[in-house]
Ligand binder design. Structure first.
Ligand SMILES: [Zn+2]
Length: 306
């Protein structure tokens, strides 16, 4: 299986350089350094037949960024040059800057069109920028926080408190539940008409992945799950989830829908799922695009020789 979209960054994260303030100061001035601007969590993209990240040099951004701007160190590329993400303010309330260099585009929308590896770089950047924006104040004492370690740590500015905040990743289990030749698909009330996906939910504190899978499936569909098998995982930077993909074997059949969360849950046969994956004219429901790990789980199960 190929690496999921939003995983597989080609950058070396070079975590040891985050605390090296001399190296960071030099990198921020180096002509080889490249930065990707974000505006309202949208990356700057050079559009065209082959869209790509609009990497800019520090000089391109000096008029836009103030001295306190957080340069988030993403890592170094294959040539050893530093790569950063920066959150840029708008010209006015609704006017993005840098329009001569590209267009700010929603990452989820543009990701499938980008070259391999680019969505992962932007996923790292987007999750970190969103985290900075939500961690401006100390949760312990309420004082402002400041960025440190090249954008990978925030510290409380009250010296007597000195609380530290690390970027968060929120684990989500997403599971294709199956029993014999059928698998279980559900649709959220938020989904477009006819669209079905794998069940999913956030892992709760004090819960192992397999426990989370069993609880979510029981809550959402009333189905008892036995064996849980890890398949693969996908970063999902909206804002900072990690989708933990599993195949889960059901031990019961009768569905009881949690109407608070789901519009419908149904068993579908392997043939019905194959038709939906193929987009066959006879398919009576649609499934997620290749971007989504849900589809990869469906494909893995549909194509396994059972
Ligand atoms: Zn504090």
């Amino acid at each position: 299986m190929d690496v999921h979209t939003f995983a597989g960054s080609p950058l070396d994260r070079a975590a040891h350089l985050r605390r090296d303030t001399d190296w960071q100061a030099a990198a921020l001035r180096a002509p080889t350094t490249r930065m990707v601007p974000f505006w309202r969590l949208k990356p700057l993209i050079r559009e065209g037949d082959a869209p790509r990240i609009a990497w800019l040099g520090a000089d391109d951004l000096t008029d836009i960024l103030d001295a306190e701007a957080a340069h988030i160190f993403l890592g170094v590329d294959e040539s050893g040059a530093a790569r950063y993400a920066v959150d840029v303010p708008g010209l006015s309330e609704d006017s993005p800057p840098l329009t001569q260099s590209g267009t700010f585009i929603d990452l989820r929308a543009i990701a499938p069109a980008l070259p391999e590896g680019a969505p992962a770089i932007l996923a790292q950047a987007r999750s970190l920028i969103a985290w900075h924006a939500r961690t401006a104040f100390c949760g312990a004492c309420g004082a402002p926080t400041r960025t440190d370690e090249a954008g990978h740590l925030r510290r409380c500015t009250d010296a007597s408190c000195d609380a530290q905040y690390f970027p968060r990743v929120d684990p989500v289990v997403i599971m294709l539940v199956y029993r014999g030749e059928r698998c279980l698909l559900g649709r959220s009330t938020r989904f477009p008409a006819g669209f079905y996906s794998a069940l999913a939910g956030f892992v709760e504190p004090g819960e192992a992945i397999e426990e989370s899978v069993r609880r979510e499936v029981l809550e959402e569909a009333g189905i008892t799950v036995g064996a849980v098998c890890y398949h693969s995982s996908q970063p999902w930077p909206f804002p900072a989830s990690l989708m933990i993909g599993c195949l889960a074997e059901a031990e019961s059949d009768a569905i009881t829908i949690d109407a608070h969360e789901l519009d419908d849950v149904r068993w579908v046969s392997r043939d019905e799922l194959m038709a939906a994956l193929d987009g066959a004219p006879g398919a009576d429901f649609s499934v997620p695009p290749p971007l989504a790990i849900a589809r990869q789980l469906m494909t893995a199960w549909a194509k396994e020789t059972g």
